[in-house]
Design a protein around this ligand. Structure first.
Ligand SMILES: [Zn+2]
Length: 91
């Protein structure tokens, strides 16, 4: 069995298997988006939970991973993107 890569959540700072986390990256417009594979630039990992999304604006990990912060408006957009993704997975 292959070793599962362990990544650190940008929000809560806890380590988890990569498969349990979402990869977040700034898109070319500079907005945060959920991506399957990192393209150019920096990306970071996040638990797909409301608690970790809500914690992002105060988290230091996001600045370390993405070299940027996140405002409330963008946090809401990200929360919606994660919710959409969860719905797709259960269908
Ligand atoms: Zn987390």
């Amino acid at each position: 069995m292959a070793a599962t890569p362990i990544r650190t959540c940008m929000s809560c700072g806890q380590r988890a298997p990569q498969s349990a986390l979402l990869r977040i990256q700034s898109d070319p417009q500079g907005r945060l988006a959920v991506v399957d594979k990192a393209r150019r630039g920096r990306s970071g990992y996040l638990h797909p939970t409301r608690a970790c999304i809500d914690g992002l604006p105060k988290a230091r990990g996001i600045r370390r991973s993405l070299r940027r912060g996140i405002d409330r408006c963008e946090r809401e957009r990200l929360a919606e993107a994660v919710a959409d993704l969860s719905l797709e997975k259960t269908e």
